[in-house]
Design a protein around this ligand. Structure first.
Ligand code: PMT
Length: 292
């Protein structure tokens, strides 16, 4: 991650660390069961593409098997239905051929080309986590690695991180037995990682957290509360049910509502394009302020 950051910064590129997907909280050391959450990783995967289009290099810290940039567009497709087999002929020595059905994978050639350009250009560094503790360790390492490039680093914390966990010392080793009757769990609070990130690990970086609520009435107060507590640059506030079409970007001085219109939806515009455009402009201003 350090080499990735310094190499891109030296080439004049900004670097964004995107966190994406949910976190798994194990209930047993030899884990059979765990607590999870709803996050698909679409916000993070989709945003990664728009950041790359805007000239950024991306460290993509994502939950194992959550949505991934570019392939996310085909995530609901069964690969077996997307391929066609033409049997070869043993007698003439021709081999079986596998072809892609473009009706099942629309735009595949365009997306594949873009994916390989990004991969060959070394613009995307994927890093995987599954559990909460892996996430926390990797985020700290990433923050320290990106801190070397100062304000050119952006943190875009879109992962849905668990607020609760069972410490290793309190976790049973083996599978919890249902024969012991109903299960009562006592969970500890996960420390808010935003605090050391902003204060200690990457104090010069441009940091954006997300705020998710199910009750729209408390969303903006919570977002403003987070800005006040952690003193970072912006919060992207969203409500679970409307998150694909409506978010508010809150900064200490501004509040921008981003909304997809019916026309946008018809034209397959994605709200992440608006979020990334809003935040890259804010990042420009932030860098210019630091320089002056
Ligand atoms: O993945 P999708 O299905 O596309 O959904 C996208 C999303 C709804 C997950 C995304 O837009 C979003 O809102 N992500 C943040 C969800 C969340 O965890 O919100 P929160 O209000 O619980 O946490 C607020 C912030 O604190 C987050 O930026 C989180 O990274 C941070 N946090 C959380 C826990 C913790 N221990 N330390 C933290 O710093």
């Amino acid at each position: 991650m350090s080499a990735f950051a310094t190499q891109h910064a030296a080439a004049g590129r900004r670097v964004v660390l995107i966190t994406s997907g949910g976190t798994k909280v194990p209930l047993e050391s030899r884990t059979v069961r765990f607590l999870d959450n709803f996050s698909s990783g679409r916000r993070g995967a989709c945003s990664a593409e728009y950041f790359i289009d805007s000239g950024y290099a991306v460290v993509f810290l994502h939950r194992h098997r959550s949505l991934y940039p570019y392939s996310r567009m085909f995530s609901t497709i069964n690969v077996m239905d997307a391929l066609q087999l033409t049997s070869g002929d043993e007698a003439s020595g021709s081999a079986d051929e596998v072809l892609v059905n473009p009706q099942v994978l629309p735009n595949i050639a365009k997306v594949l080309k873009k994916y390989h350009e990004v991969k060959d250009g070394g613009l995307l560094l994927p890093i995987e986590f599954s559990t909460l503790s892996e996430y926390l360790h990797l985020l700290k390492a990433a923050a320290q690695a990106l801190s070397t490039i100062g304000p050119k680093a952006m943190f875009y914390l879109a992962a849905a991180v668990s607020d609760f966990y069972i410490p290793a010392s309190e976790m049973p080793e083996h599978k919890i037995q249902s024969s012991n009757g109903p299960l009562q769990l006592s969970l500890n609070m996960v420390p808010k990682i935003l605090s050391p990130l902003v204060k200690d690990w990457a104090p010069q970086a441009f940091v954006i957290s997300f705020k998710l609520e199910t009750d729209a009435a408390i969303l903006l107060d919570k977002a403003r509360g987070a800005l006040k507590n952690y003193r970072h640059q912006a919060v992207v506030a969203n409500v679970l049910d409307s998150r694909r079409g409506y978010v508010v970007v809150v900064t200490p001085k501004t509040q921008d509502e981003l909304i997809l219109t019916e026309e946008d939806v018809k034209n397959e515009v994605e709200i992440e394009e608006m979020i990334v455009s809003n935040l890259t402009s804010a990042h420009n201003r932030f860098i210019n302020q630091q320089a002056s």
